[in-house]
Design a protein around this ligand. Structure first.
Ligand code: FAD
Length: 468
């Protein structure tokens, strides 16, 4: 039978696209090479990392944070096996949820490697090497991304000693010393997990800041907070070697600006230097699908590749490698295929770093506004002046609102603090509606909440905050 749509890949881009298309009345199939649905995000990304971040934060809090609140707990200790079982159960609940939704929406699933044979034809090769060819009116490629290495450095992941994020989510014991290559979101999140569980963590970062591309002031504050938590961060350091000289690992690096090389030994090295689009072994070149200079599938404004009726979304195309960006593209492309007007607003895609404190950001950074020559106003408010933050002993961090100097339209919001990842959405909604900082500052916020700091930061852009 012919499908209206075949989606290759069942991550947040692919599975959301399939469900939306089925809801719009299309006959849909999904091809997935893993044994479970949900992609990187549900199996080895967002979901398991957040399960471990939450659990390790609870342990850390019980060990170090409760006493000051007058809660005395006798010797809280780690049961790593149980913590990992919690993570695995969380993953299972989520991937089973996707299977359930596929059944509910009458989506056919094919397990195996999907290949694009050309317009309207997809082949699926299962583990036994058996191939079948499926006919379809439209194809969406949502094959996501894979772990990247370090340019110019030869090494192999064994996922025990030299690990990618996948191995770092499943270590069997807490390493005494861990080196994290890469001070981006994934490295800092997983480094935080193992630091809280007792590892001595050193982060080695090429740039002269962690979280490159995020608001500079926020990144500096997080750097200070992580250092206070015992994580050693080495900036401007170019890794030249990752090796396994004995039972442990050795990372060699030198200053980017030039100078002497240093060698650090550890029990585990996590290489978290980024991810590369997954475009191999699926016949793209033969089918005529064009890639851009960075190996991503090239698409037009309607997600269509160089072949009519073949679309691509998510990590495999341009834009931030984020699950919710992939999801929104999945919905938009399903709507377009169904004859509706699908659209993604790339100016309002929040980004969250789930460290403690959390970092959340939406829209432009100060650095971007300066580079674009846009005149802007800054409003800032610290959590030290927020009543709820004081009551919870969560006073680290601040909210920063950036608004257009002339029109007062909010151009960006940056939060570092407890619960930042939830608070960012009120700024995102405001920006989606083209709101001004005065709109935000005059919106009644419940007291006492951390979100009052968002209102006060907005007030600071055009008047004065009340509590400072
Ligand atoms: P993926 O989720 O990568 O899914 C692609 C799927 O396609 C995979 O299941 C793959 O097996 C399948 N596939 C590939 N090739 C083929 C083929 N030829 N045939 C059949 N199937 C194929 N993002 C966030 O927004 N928030 C977070 O907190 C977050 N945390 C993360 C933590 C970690 C440790 C990692 C690694 C990533 C994290 N991300 C996070 C990023 C997020 O996981 C990705 O942006 C997201 O999964 C991309 O979705 P996708 O649908 O494009 O691709």
């Amino acid at each position: 039978m012919a499908y209206d749509l075949i989606v290759i890949g069942s991550g947040p881009g692919g599975y959301v696209c399939a469900i939306k298309a089925a809801q719009l009345g299309l006959k849909v199939a999904v091809v997935e090479k893993r044994s479970t649905y949900g992609g990187t995000c549900l199996n080895v990304g967002c979901i398991p990392s957040k399960a471990l971040l939450h659990a390790s934060e609870m342990l850390h809090h019980a060990q170090h944070g409760l006493d000051a609140l007058g809660v005395e707990v006798e010797g809280p200790k780690l049961n790593l096996g149980k913590m990992m079982a919690h993570k695995d159960a969380t993953v299972k609940a989520n991937v089973d949820g996707v299977s359930f939704l596929f059944k509910k929406n009458k989506i056919d699933g094919f397990q195996g490697l999907g290949k694009v044979l050309g317009q309207g034809k997809v082949s699926v090769t299962n583990d036994k090497g058996e191939e079948q060819v499926l006919d379809t009116k439209n194809i969406v490629i949502a094959t996501g991304s894979d772990v990247a290495g370090i340019p110019g450095v030869e090494f192999a992941f064994d996922e025990k000693v030299i690990v990618s994020s996948t191995g770092a989510l499943a270590l069997e014991k807490v390493p005494e010393r861990m080196i994290v290559v890469g001070g981006g979101v994934i490295g800092l999140e997983l480094g935080s997990v193992w630091a809280r569980l007792g590892a001595k963590v050193t982060v080695v970062e090429f740039l002269d800041t962690i979280l490159g591309g995020m608001d500079g002031e926020v990144a500096k504050q997080l750097h200070r907070m992580l250092t206070k938590q015992g994580i050693d961060i080495k900036l401007g350091a170019k890794v030249t070697g990752v090796a396994k000289p004995g039972s442990g690992a050795r990372v060699t690096f030198e200053p980017v600006k030039g100078g002497e090389s240093t060698a650090l030994d550890a029990d585990v090295v996590l290489v978290a230097t980024g991810r590369k689009p997954c475009t191999e072994n699926m016949g793209l070149a033969k089918a005529g699908v064009v890639l851009d200079a960075r190996g991503r599938i090239e698409i037009d404004r309607h997600f269509q590749t160089s072949i009519t009726g073949v679309y691509a979304i998510g990590d495999v195309v341009r834009g931030p490698m984020l699950a919710h960006k992939a999801e929104d593209e999945g919905v938009a492309v399903a709507e377009i295929i169904a004859g509706q007007a699908g659209h993604v607003n790339y100016d309002v895609i929040p980004g969250v770093v789930y460290t403690q404190p959390e970092v959340a950001s939406v829209g432009k950074t100060e650095e971007e506004l300066k580079a674009a020559g846009i005149a802007y106003k800054v409003g800032k408010f610290p959590f030290t002046a927020n009543g709820r933050a004081r009551a919870m002993l969560q006073t680290d961090g601040f909210v920063k609102i950036l608004a257009d100097k002339e029109t007062d339209r909010v151009l960006g919001g940056h939060i570092i603090g407890f619960g930042a990842g939830e608070m960012i959405h009120e700024i995102a909604v405001l920006m989606e509606f083209g709101g001004s900082s005065e709109d935000l500052g005059r919106t009644c916020h419940a007291h006492p909440t951390m979100s009052e700091a968002v209102k006060e930061a907005a007030l600071a852009t055009f008047a004065k905050p009340i509590h400072m």
